[in-house]
Design a protein around this ligand. Structure first.
Ligand code: PMP
Length: 367
């Protein structure tokens, strides 16, 4: 009855879902889990206290539906982002995955398309599938970079309804220049294309790497998405958000489920934002550790990409799956993103990264 391997094909599934696999980063019990780009630092005690207090205050009124428009939270997010944004420019949902899904529900859908540039975040095609949007896999240069010229030429060629730009890009880790965002936006002018810049990892950018938030003014089809899952170390709270023109945020009200953000989620996010300085204090440490991983992998003769994120994508000059398994055998779980010869590792705490680097060195010495 509950055989997890039982084929779904006996069910009257939608034809386009037949044979598909769900998103599946393994959730294995290992000593060192560096495979899903979380912030591996635990939530600081001071923030745990603040969240507990705020959720406690909310508990007695859980008999009522939450504030459907989460106005306090949108205001707090606007204050955090700055750039002259107000609550009218902000929208939030259960993780930026739900944000991206709502964007496709509003601007994609049957008969419409979304263009992204692969390799990129593996959920984009699945979100397209779930919303009945055609996914167009645009391409990148051999070294996984994306130039303004190539991106805008592909936008003109495909005339998509939506473009997803991932910056810093998952899984490769490098941020896009703002010239790419500007060029893609301009190329989409004729087709009224909505341009989404997914900045899930923006807080980890190297010094001087600018955010697309600086481009929002005067660009009503531009949406910049963020999340509290990474730099804020709150992946379990499920809070993603975007900044855009007021009309774009208003459009989300047409597709969101009523009361989609629970009172507990809103209370948790508000408490966390009130302590964002403490929460984000780990970001500098993660960046230092990320740079250490890049330097050490180079020293071992591997080829890591420069990273603006909390993870490192590297060429392992051998069979990637074999190295993935060898690291797992040594208690370290990294991500095989399905790109031949490459793996991705999340920058964790100093101790976790030491365990990872020692496991790599050990594997290289015996392979
Ligand atoms: N965008 C990118 C590029 C991601 O890597 C992730 C998480 N892996 C997300 C969005 C979604 O994160 P969340 O739903 O936790 O906000």
């Amino acid at each position: 009855m509950n055989d997890p391997a039982a084929p779904l094909d006996s069910l009257p599934l939608r034809d386009d879902l037949r044979g598909m696999s769900p998103y599946g980063a393994p959730q294995l019990q290992v000593a060192v889990a560096l495979n899903t780009n979380e912030n591996t630092h635990p939530v600081p005690g001071e923030v745990v206290e603040a969240i507990t207090q705020r959720v406690h205050e909310t508990a007695a009124s859980l008999n009522r539906y939450p504030d459907r428009d989460f106005t306090d939270l949108r205001r707090a997010l606007a204050d955090y982002l700055g750039h002259g944004l107000t609550e009218d420019n902000l929208w939030a949902a259960n993780g930026s995955n739900e944000i991206l899904q709502q964007i496709l529900q509003a601007f994609g859908g049957p008969g419409r398309s979304v263009l992204s540039f692969v390799p990129t975040y593996s959920m984009y095609p699945l979100l397209a599938l779930g919303t009945g949007t055609e996914f167009i896999a645009g391409d990148r240069a051999e070294d996984f970079s994306l130039s303004a010229e190539s991106a805008s030429q592909q936008v003109r060629a495909h005339a998509p309804d939506v473009v997803f730009l991932c910056s810093p890009n998952n899984p490769t880790g490098t941020a896009l220049g703002l010239d790419v965002v500007r060029a893609v936006y301009e190329a989409g002018e004729a087709t009224n294309t909505v341009v989404v810049v997914d900045e899930a990892y923006a807080e980890f950018a190297r010094f001087g790497t600018p955010s697309a938030l600086t481009l929002l003014e005067g660009r009503p089809r531009l949406i910049v998405t963020r999340t509290m899952s990474k730099a804020f170390a709150l992946a379990g709270a499920r809070l993603g958000y975007f900044a855009a023109a007021r009309e774009v945020a208003d459009a989300m009200r047409l597709v969101r489920l009523p009361y989609h953000l629970s009172s507990v989620t809103q209370a948790t996010a508000l408490a966390a934002l009130a302590h964002h300085g403490t929460l984000l204090a780990t970001v500098e440490d993660v960046k230092m550790q990320r740079d250490r991983i890049v330097d050490e992998l180079k020293r071992m003769g591997l080829t890591p990409a420069e990273s603006d994120s909390n993870f490192v994508f590297f060429a392992c000059h051998g069979d990637a799956h074999e190295m993935w398994q060898a690291l797992l055998d040594r208690g370290v779980l990294v991500r095989d993103v399905g790109i031949p010869g490459h793996l991705r590792v999340t920058a964790g705490t100093e101790a976790e990264n030491t365990a990872f680097l020692e496991a790599v060195e050990d594997h290289l010495s015996v392979r």
